[in-house]
Design a protein around this ligand. Sequence first.
Ligand code: SAH
Length: 361
Amino acid sequence: MKLVRKHAIGHIDPMNKTSFYGLSYNDLELLLKEHQLNPYGARVLFNWVYKKRRAGLPPNLAQVTKKFLNENISFELPHVLKDQKVIQNHQNSTQKFLISFGDSRTVECVLIPFQGKYTLCLSSQVGCAMKCSFCYTGTQGLSRNLSSEEIVGQLLSTYHWLEDQGHNLRISNLVFMGQGEPLHNFEAVQKACSIFLSQYGLSIGKEKISISTAGYLPGLKKWLASSLDVNLALSLHSTNRSIRDELIPLNKAYPLEDILELLKKWPLGPKRFITFEYLLIKDLNDREEDAHLLAELLSNYSALINLIPFNPFPGSTYERPEEEKIESFQRVLSEYSTPAMLRKTKGEDILAACGQLSSLA
Ligand code: SAH
C-alpha cells in the first residue's frame, strides 16, 4: 500500500519509499496529518535531521510515527565518493566532493572557506544543456535533472562527511553555481531552497542563498510568479549581442535585452541586489570600453558586479587576461556607482573553480 500522496513525493527509491530530503516542512506536516499522526513530529524531525544532523530517528517521537516513517520514508543520502583539497592552510582550504546518487550518476560540489565561514557551491543537474563555450560542464551535455532530495543531499552528505572527519564548521552560504542551469530545473531547486530556508531546519538566511542563471527566461518567469525569495545572479559576460551569442548560445533564444527588461520588475527588498557575473576573457570582452558599457547598462539596477577571470580547463581555447588588464577593467568600473568585486579564484589546481566541474571525474 502506498501511503504517501502523489504531490508530496519527490523521488521514490527502489524500496518504494519517499525520500525525507525531498519533503519541505509543510509537506512533512501535511503528510503526518493525513496519516492521523501528530504534525508536531515535523518540527522534531527537521530539528533532528537538519539542525542536529543526527542519524536514526529522534527518540522523542511517538512509536506510531516511527513505525510510519520506517515503513514509508527513506533517509538514505547520496555518497561522498571522493574529496580533493587545495591546501592553502589548514583552516582555509577549498575542497571538492564527488557525490554519487542511487543510479551511480555523480556531480561535484565545492566547499569554499571565506573569512571563517563556508560557502557550498551546489549542482542542480548532472551535466548541463546550455553549452556555454567557456564552461567545462557544458562540454558534457545534460544527463538529467537532480531531484530536490539530491540537491539537499549534497549539502547533508558534505556536512556528515566533514563532521565524521572531526570538522565542526558551519556552512552558512549556498550558491547554485556548480553543474547545471538551476532555472532549467526550477521546481526541484525551489523545493530544495524551501528546505534550506526552513526555520525549523538549517535556517539559512534568504540573503545567504544565490541562484545563478545563464539567462533562462522561462525559469526566470516561473521564479517571478513564485514566492521564492533568495538572491539572483545573472551570468552576463558581454553587453555585445554577437559575443554573448558566442559565449552563451541560449542568448539567441532569450536575448539579454529581454532578460534585463524582466529584471526591471524583479522584487528586491531593502539592501538586496541582483548580482551580475562578468567573465573576463582575454581579448574578447576585457577592454576598458567593455567596462564602460557594462557599468552603463547596469546603472538603473540595484546591482553588484562580480568579475570572474576565466578559469581554463582541458581543451579550452579561451585565455585569462593578464593581471594589469583585470585591474584596469576594475578601475573603470570603480568610476561608477555600481559596486564591483573580483572573484578570487579558488581551487583551480583541482578543477574546482567556476565552470570546471565535471561528472567525468
Ligand atoms: N548555469 C548557471 C550556473 C553555473 S555556472 C550560470 O550560467 O550562471 C556558475 C558561474 O561560473 C557562471 O557565472 C558561469 O558563467 C561561470 N563559469 C563557467 N565556466 C567558467 C570558467 N571556465 N571560468 C570562469 N567562470 C566560469
